[in-house]
Design a protein around this ligand. Structure first.
Ligand code: SER
Length: 890
């Protein structure tokens, strides 16, 4: 079976068992502060497990692209060295949300593997949770009994520890005991020597876990405790690449058709061979193989992350992507001898390979390739510098064999070497890295640029059940509601109160639209809400009002409140949101249909919009974009909003999906003139475009390769901007005292140019007169001519001219002068003396400038220095003379 057939077979099987097949969520986790990337198939369903939202079906199956490079699940270090870990991998999963449980989950798993995929039964082992004293949990007897019945005996059942058989998504969140299915793909002869059962969970590359079936029963709280979930669920995850390895009879997942295309291309590009070695020791061929595996793996992770909206950057998720990319580039550089960008050339191949399952890559292959190429170029610029710095550290460190924290930090700060890359190269050279020292350096730097408040996590206080939160804010600005849960979080700035209501008119920050502010009234007490955010399906109202301490204390059941948004601020936000839609329409009209959204943020003050486009937007284009938007505003087009349109219909209508966004079966569609702007959007908008009043673009610039950013303002802010510009013109007019501003400024500029010319001529005369006077002072001794004097000149330019004129007549010249109250020293040395005595003007100035409390430098023939102590000028000239004489004499 090809990998595509294997994937399709899985999905068909679970569809036949009543599962709804859904698309993969993007790699980047949204609205979940506990997670950067989707690290498992279940991550996108977290809200369903916690009971915060309702699933579209009680049975779901899919293939989810996952990334395990940070947090609780991190496989980065293993990738490339072994043959079965990946950074990005596909997880085939089937879920029951409060529907079937252990019996069906396990027997369907068995049926699929043995009857459909026809994996020999004697190659399969299963594990069951064996209990944990500390958590006060007993053996999963139910799972054990089910397996025993299915397998006919308990010979192939392994009792597992909490580490292997209790699955947790992160430090907090849904979790539960699990049962794993392992497959032994070794040759018969090896099996005879060591039974597979002894190798399960022992990191053996050919006795691998392929499927994990989790019985989600608990939620791990921030205080470490476990509480029962409202219902029992099933969460299964099968490693697609490993399954392909088993079914295609390979010993390594990199030998399957999932990776062979990319590896083949790497062979062709590098002229080196992939030989399927698996031993990560230090021979050249091993490293060639490791490099090819690393690159084949990393390019997938990076390409999909970019396609899903995460550009490489210097912080958070963006930095993780940059780190992965740099790790791969360095492998290519060191072991496959690539000196030019190469990774981007793999992108089109991946795009084709995944066209039918993850079309988002194909749709953006050009863009992704360009981003990767730019990243490669910029890292290749500093890579050699960093590698030679490392070489130097290796050769100079004596017996210590340690890279200090400071050195590792310098490598990261100056050469862009992420710590893990330094550690990896160190390891190859049998060095270690003082990671603690590095962290300290980093902490010092962070301390210097610290802005964000640190937040402690704390648990929710539940006052009543939450069954999704009803959003009323499309139609209402005020609504009665119930406070159903809250938590108090300590931040650096003080306490932050987070309130959850069962229904609310407050819009939580999403899709780039800023969260609402406003008030919540508890009868007599009214508290201010500063912001609204979304987390795990909940709308969280944020307040810093310490009155809440009193209001909340002792509450045990839901409380009635009235929630009122700041409608003036909301109206300003809506102006900017609708203007963003209109601007996207205008961008497409003016620049072309390749323009797609890459990022968006808007609040009550401005809108910021990032989009793909490969050239600067010219002033003329900006003017046209503004014109179109303002025309649409004047047309006062009424909003048409479809609250629940089937996704397919929306696309047919002409809406374009934003990459990296997850859409359900039904979507909200916002239309302002069906011929102009149709967007999938959950945000709030003006009822008619006329409300926006005016639209003005403030700036346009580049964010990264192929991505431009426009900032713009509307309504009051736009007017204020225009007023400001008019005010500016008025002030300048007053200053130049002329009605025709342009003409007046032109006259001023040409007058200035003329004056400058005059000044230059005068200075030149002055210099030549001085030169003639100084020439008489040139002394000649031992065949060398010299001059060292303090002089009076009007500018540093004149000082330079004078020195260079005198250089024609004297072997060396030292001149000191006070210019604009600052001491300066100029030194010139003739070519003859440079050659015969190795005398360099730069060295002389460096030495002499000490006397005037300054520094300086320049070329061997001419150098200049400045300082702060004019009284030292004479001594400086003397010091220069002495330095030169000593050098010439020596
Ligand atoms: N959540 C489990 C895992 O990631 C099963 O899907 O292994």
């Amino acid at each position: 079976m090809t990998s595509s057939e294997i994937r399709a077979t899985y999905l068909n099987f679970f569809q036949s068992k009543g599962h709804l097949i859904v698309p993969s969520a993007p790699l980047i986790a949204k609205n979940d502060p506990t997670l950067m990337f989707n690290n498992s198939g279940m991550a996108q369903f977290k809200d369903y497990f916690l009971g915060n939202a309702k699933p579209p079906s009680k049975r779901i199956a899919d293939t989810q692209r996952c990334l395990r490079v940070s947090g609780k699940h991190n496989d980065l270090e293993d990738v490339g060295f072994d043959t079965y870990h990946n950074t990005m991998f596909e997880m085939l999963g089937n879920w029951s949300f409060g529907d079937y449980f252990k019996q069906e989950a396990l027997s369907w798993g068995w049926e699929l593997l043995t009857e459909v995929y026809k994996i020999p039964k004697d190659r399969i082992y299963v594990s069951v949770f064996g209990g944990d004293d500390k958590e006060k949990m007993t053996v999963d007897q139910e799972a054990f009994d089910i397996w025993k019945k299915i397998l006919g005996s308990d010979e192939r059942i392994i009792m597992g520890s909490k580490k292997d058989n209790f699955w947790e998504m992160g430090d907090v969140g849904p979790c539960g005991p699990c049962s794993e299915i392992h497959v032994d793909v070794r040759d018969e002869a090896d099996i005879k020597k060591v039974p597979g059962k002894d190798l399960v969970n022992r990191d053996h590359p050919q006795v691998v876990e392929v499927w994990n079936i989790v019985f989600m029963q608990f939620e791990r709280k921030a205080d470490g405790s476990l509480v029962n979930l409202p219902e029992k669920h099933v969460d299964t995850g099968m490693g697609f690449e490993r399954l392909c390895m088993v079914l295609q009879g390979k010993k390594s997942s990199y030998d399957t058709d999932v990776f062979q295309g990319t590896i083949g291309k790497l062979e062709e590009m590098s002229g080196k061979k992939y030989t399927k070695t698996t031993d990560p020791s230090t021979t050249a061929q091993n490293y060639t193989d490791v490099a090819m595996r690393v690159i084949a793996d990393h390019i997938r992770a990076v390409s999909f992350a970019i396609a899903d909206g995460q550009l490489p950057s210097n912080a958070k998720a963006g930095y993780v992507i940059r780190r992965i990319l740099r790790r791969a580039i360095r492998y290519g550089y060191s072991y496959l001898d690539f000196r030019q960008p190469f990774m981007y050339k793999l992108v089109p191949l991946l795009a084709l390979q995944f066209e039918h399952v993850f079309p988002e890559l194909k749709a953006q292959a050009d863009f992704v390739g360009r981003v990767v190429e730019e990243e490669e170029k910029s890292f290749l610029n500093t890579l050699t510098g960093g590698l030679s710095r490392l070489e130097k550290i290796f050769s100079e460190s004596g017996t210590a064999a340690v890279i200090s924290g400071k050195q590792a930090f310098e490598l990261s700060d100056t050469y862009g070497f992420p710590l893990d890359l330094t550690a990896l190269i160190a390891k190859e050279n049998k060095f270690s890295v003082d990671e603690k020292g590095f962290e300290q350096e980093l902490a010092l730097q962070k301390e210097r640029s610290r802005k964000d408040a640190v937040k402690e996590s704390s648990d929710w206080v539940e006052l009543g059940p939450v069954d999704g939160v009803e959003f009323l804010g499309y139609d209402h600005t005020e609504a009665p509601a119930q406070l159903v849960k809250y938590r108090i979080v300590n931040t650096k700035k003080g306490k932050e109160y987070q309130l959850v209501l069962d229904r609310t008119p407050f819009y939580a920050e999403m899709g780039g639209q800023a969260g609402d502010s406003g008030e919540i009234s508890f009868g007599g007490d009214v508290v201010r809400i500063n912001d609204t955010r979304k987390e795990a399906g909940l709308v969280i109202h944020i307040s810093n009002d310490n009155k809440l301490e009193q209001v909340l204390v002792g509450l045990t059941e839901p409380v009635s409140v009235v929630a009122t948004i700041d409608h003036v601020r909301r109206a300003a936000i809506e102006n900017n949101h609708t203007a963003t839609h209109l601007m996207l329409g205008a961008l497409r009209t003016v620049l072309g249909n390749h323009v797609v959204q890459r990022g968006s943020y808007l609040n009550d003050e401005l809108l910021r919009f990032d989009f793909s486009h490969f050239a600067k937007v010219t002033d003329e284009e900006i003017a046209r974009i503004e014109d179109i938007v303002n025309e649409k505003i004047r047309q006062n087009i009424a909003l048409v909003a479809y609250q629940n349109m089937p996704y397919k219909d929306a696309l047919e209508l002409g809406a374009t999906a934003t990459f990296g966004e997850k859409y359900g079966e039904f979507v909200r569609v916002i239309v302002f003139d069906p011929a102009f702007s149709i967007e999938l959007c959950g945000g709030t908008h003006v009822s008619a475009t006329g409300k926006i009043g005016l639209f003005k673009i403030l700036s346009e610039g580049s964010v990264s390769a192929g991505v431009r950013r426009i900032e713009a303002v509307t309504a009051k802010q736009a007017l204020a901007y225009v007023d400001d510009q008019i005010g500016l013109v008025k002030r300048v007019k007053e200053l130049v005292k002329g009605q025709d501003l342009v003409k007046s400024v032109e006259v001023l500029l040409s007058e200035k140019a003329e004056l400058l010319k005059k000044v230059e001529t005068m200075e030149h005369h002055q210099v030549m007169e001085l030169r003639n006077a100084l020439l008489k002072k040139v002394s000649r001794e031992d065949g060398l001519s010299s001059l060292a004097e303090v002089v009076t000149v009007p500018s540093s330019n004149a000082l330079k001219q004078l020195t260079m004129e005198l250089r024609k007549e004297s072997d060396y010249v030292v001149l000191g002068a006070v210019i604009d109250n600052k001491p300066m020293i100029a030194v010139a040395v003739s070519d003859g003396v440079i050659k015969s005595h190795g005398l360099k003007a730069g060295d002389v100035v460096k030495e002499a400038a000490k006397e005037i409390g300054g520094t300086g430098g320049g070329q061997p023939s001419y150098a200049m220095g400045g300082g702060t102590r004019p009284e030292g000028l004479k001594a400086a000239v003397e010091s220069a003379r002495n330095f030169i004489e000593a050098k010439v004499a020596g």
